[in-house]
Ligand binder design. Structure first.
Ligand SMILES: [Zn+2]
Length: 285
């Protein structure tokens, strides 16, 4: 039986789109426990070990009836993950409750981060001379052609993808030699103004790696007051940030339907698997 894997008559800005569900592309990094994996902040790596309880061994190669492993991970530091506002406040609003619709239109853009000295944008607490940043002007240039409706999700690929061996973002250890790029505060204010609900980036944090714990961009994104650890009336708790995605070179910039797949775990960050489906404009004249 052939199933038509398309969503037709998908409307956005009075334009009809068709989404081809047979052409899905994952932009998650495959997480390899006990193996090479990306790492942020010097945190312990993701590991997997056999469950052993009494006479039970969760390993068929060692005579066990089935396999069962104990996974240890730090979602924020071990690979592709999605986080909620609870990353920076006391109250727990788990990621699965923050995502009202797990499928949404998204725009994918590619940018070459700029030396911090080149921009007049600001950042709290400060930018180091060696930092590479994404500026408001860069975002404005790429996103002015898209409507707010198309920009329910934004996926940012930093260039280039393969600058040190093939695909090294999949296993990159972020440290002073591989200091990750981040948004200026002006860039983040622009994204807030454009009402981006779900922000996905291929670097490990929207903030500077060593930022004195300010997390100023995270605070701007969810509208949490500086140094506060609670929401206010203006906070936007139904937004998410996904960090350390990997967008293969073959995936072109443009509009997609994004399906943000996550497990339902009561916590502030979970490993995630964003899937992109190409969107085609129908009856384009
Ligand atoms: Zn994170």
């Amino acid at each position: 039986m052939i199933i038509n894997l398309r969503i037709d008559n998908f409307n956005m800005d009075s334009q009809e789109y068709s989404a081809d569900l047979s052409k899905e592309k994952s932009i998650a990094i495959t997480l390899l426990p006990n193996d090479k994996q990306p790492n942020h902040f010097g945190a312990p790596a993701c590991t997997s070990k056999t469950l052993e309880m009494g006479s039970y061994i969760g390993d068929t190669k060692r005579g066990g009836s089935c396999n069962a492993n104990v996974l240890t991970m730090i979602p924020h530091c071990n690979g592709t993950h999605t986080e909620s506002v609870s990353h920076i406040i006391d109250e727990l609003i788990p990621v699965y409750q923050s995502i009202e619709k797990s499928v949404f239109p998204s725009v994918l853009i590619s940018l070459l981060p700029e030396p911090s000295l080149k921009t007049k944008d600001s950042y709290i607490p400060f930018m180091d001379e060696s930092n590479q940043v994404i500026t408001q002007a860069q975002l404005n240039e790429k996103l002015s052609e898209y409507s707010d409706e198309q920009l329910q999700g934004l996926i940012v690929r930093t260039l280039d993808n393969d600058n040190n061996n093939n695909r090294d973002k999949k296993t990159r250890v972020y440290d002073n030699e591989h200091y990750p790029p981040f948004f200026t505060n002006d860039a983040m204010k622009y994204l807030v103004k454009r009402k981006i609900n779900h922000l996905l980036v291929d670097f490990p944090s929207v903030d500077k790696m060593y930022d004195d714990g300010k997390l100023s961009n995270h605070r701007l994104f969810w509208n949490i007051v500086e140094d506060e650890k609670k929401t206010n009336d203006q906070s936007t708790v139904n937004k998410t940030i996904t960090e350390m995605v990997f967008i293969d070179d073959e995936i072109e910039d443009g509009i997609y339907l994004c399906n943000l797949q996550i497990p339902e775990i009561n916590t502030d960050a979970v490993p995630s698997r964003p899937i992109l489906y190409p969107l085609t404009e129908m009856n384009k004249t």
